[in-house]
Design a protein around this ligand. Structure first.
Ligand code: DON
Length: 574
């Protein structure tokens, strides 16, 4: 940090010490949140409240907010806004997400703030004149963006919060205006995206630098600070109307984008009903469509529940095989049956019916790999950047939020003058039947593009209760690997008795029906590879899967929080 910033920094601390609703309470507490010096905490126990998310500064801000009288919803808002500044690859105001929560009053809340296709979107918008899918257009640049939902989601959460919104957004404004020091991982990530930032922007956004980024550099985002200030002053209208909306619409004109000021004004977050089911005496609460996360998790967990194979234990060939086969079968249904329930009749009852699920496993043969070519989607008669935040507070509120721009840094296009990245979520639609998206997911009519429709997601924020009492808050990024990561983290805790740190950090495996392969993470044991190979599985090495954030509530003022070791993720609490 150079001396100019030392001075600014101490001036801010000085102001912050005078706590009031209009100033910066978060910086006043004995320098607990220092944007220029911070470390990661991966696994910790707290008495009152905990946050686990992708960046130490955002976790610390969440914990501060709760210490100062805010609840888990206040923290969820402040953490999301802080991540939009300190974790630009996935934290966002230009994307969307899902929040599932259980209030201390036992009421559940599921907020869907997924992006929607703009009014001028159409089914074949990414096909060339010969009908070939142009995935570059659904994945990069202005045409790849859906209408953002995050700010609408935040304002739908606000009634459950306690503090003034101005307090919750101030840390993000200060981080954007005064800068924060980046980590080595962030520097590498920014460096590897320089070309894409230059290609997809008409100006040089804050993320572009002539010399390579390095750990310890300070990233300033003054345009983003101004946008956040408009939101602070005008609420959701500070994003969906007025100057910010105008800047988004103008950005569209600089290329092939189609989002209009009307699209922005029309955006609405929706309240959904959580998808809840029982597993081994616990109640699991996941997100329903337009996310596939909850239903895939339900199917996988129900397919393995009470099986002899699972009892053989963690990383046994038997338990691993049955989990792989449950993954294969659950994902087969995704492509065929799932889409935005407001546009497509999703057969959710049939897909979660226990007889249907056990029938799906009737052709499972222990010791022999099934073949995806023979496991089709069930016949229904009824008709890699994202980021997760887990929070628990001292009142007993549980908040689980997964939010995303889709790919790392989304469309790579920054709204000129507004300083934030737009999502490339349109790629989560089925651009053409049978053509895989960036996560290898295929789809058909259920997930085809229509104006105002939400694209199918895999995001899977989850809370677990037992007889109404809070037990687990969990979730992860990872595209289509999200439900399998959550599944394995839950199995590791509920079946294999691991602590939270091991549960999220043990090597994972992923099968998504197509391609017919088991993807395995570094560290997957050789002996288990040999066993699975001999059963006929094709194993494919891949880089890390997910960044899971898990909080376990033991009761009696014992809260165990873990943040994934695959990233800069960190916990905080008190
Ligand atoms: O909603 C979805 O399923 C995807 N847009 C999530 C993307 C993602 O997790 C990328 N992260 N690693």
């Amino acid at each position: 940090m150079n001396s100019v910033f030392s001075i600014i920094f101490f001036v801010i601390i000085g102001i912050g010490e005078v706590f009031s609703q209009s100033q910066t309470p978060w910086l006043g507490a004995g320098k607990e949140v220092d944007p220029y010096h911070y470390t990661q905490v991966k696994h910790e126990f707290y008495q009152n409240a905990a946050v686990s998310c992708a960046h130490p500064l955002a976790s610390l801000i969440g914990a501060q907010i709760m210490k100062r009288g805010g609840n888990a919803f206040d923290a969820g808002i402040a953490v999301q806004l802080a991540l939009a500044v300190v974790y630009p690859a996935a934290g966002n105001i230009g994307g969307g997400g899902f929040l599932i929560a259980k209030k201390a009053t036992n009421e559940f809340l599921a907020i869907d703030y997924r992006e929607v296709a703009p009014g001028r979107a159409s089914k074949n918008m990414y096909l060339d004149k010969d009908g070939n899918a142009q995935l570059d257009l659904s994945q990069n640049g202005r045409l790849a963006s859906g209408v953002p939902g995050t700010i609408a989601g935040i304002f739908s959460t606000l009634p459950a919060a306690k503090l003034n919104f101005k307090i919750l957004i101030q840390p993000a404004i200060d981080l954007a205006a005064n800068g924060y020091v980046i980590t080595e991982r962030e520097a590498n990530s920014l460096n590897s995206n320089q070309k894409a930032f230059i290609k997809n922007n008409s100006y040089s956004p804050a993320f572009v630098k002539s010399a390579a980024w390095k750990a310890g550099d300070t990233l300033f985002q003054p345009e983003l600070a101004a946008t956040l200030t408009r939101i602070k002053e005008n609420g959701a209208k500070g994003f969906y109307e007025g100057e910010t909306a105008k800047l988004i619409a103008e950005e569209m004109q600089r290329g092939n984008g189609i989002i209009t000021v009307e699209d922005l004004k029309n955006y609405q977050a929706k309240i959904r009903k959580p998808l809840s089911f029982n597993y081994g005496g616990y109640q699991i609460h996941g997100f329903p469509p337009p996310s596939s996360g909850g239903i895939i998790l339900l199917q996988m967990m129900k397919m393995v529940e009470n099986t002899q194979q699972l009892k053989k234990g963690f990383q046994s060939p038997e338990a691993t095989q049955i989990m792989i086969e449950s993954e294969r079968r659950a994902y087969a249904d995704r492509a065929e049956h799932l889409g935005d329930p407001d546009f497509w009749k999703v057969p959710i009852k049939a897909l979660s019916n226990e007889q249907y699920i056990s029938k799906r496993m009737s052709d499972f043969t222990p010791g022999i790999a099934s073949k995806s070519s023979q496991v089709k989607a069930g016949d229904i008669k009824e008709s890699e950047e994202t980021t997760h935040i887990s929070i628990y507070d001292k009142e007993g509120n549980m908040v689980s939020i997964t939010t995303t721009l889709n790919g790392g840094y989304g469309s790579k296009t920054v709204v000129k003058g507004a300083g934030f990245l737009l999502n490339n979520e349109m790629d989560d639609f089925s651009v053409k039947p049978g053509v895989a998206n960036m996560f290898g997911a295929v789809g058909g009519e259920a997930n085809s593009i229509q104006p105002g429709k939400r694209m199918l997601s895999s995001m899977c924020p989850v809370i677990v209760t037992k007889n109404g009492k809070p037990v687990i808050v969990v979730g992860t990024p990872g595209g289509t690997t999200i439900p399998t990561s959550v599944f394995q983290a839950l199995m590791n805790v509920l079946e294999f008795n691991m602590n939270t740190d091991d549960a999220i950090n043990q090597p994972k495996f992923h099968h998504q029906h197509l391609p017919d392969e088991v993807f395995i993470e570094p560290g997957f044991p050789d002996k288990l590879k040999t066993s699975l190979n001999s059963m006929g599985y094709k194993l494919t090495n891949r880089n890390s899967i997910g960044k899971t954030e898990l909080i376990y509530i033991h009761g009696n003022k014992k809260i165990e929080a873990a943040a994934d070791r695959r990233g800069d993720d960190s916990v905080a609490g008190y």
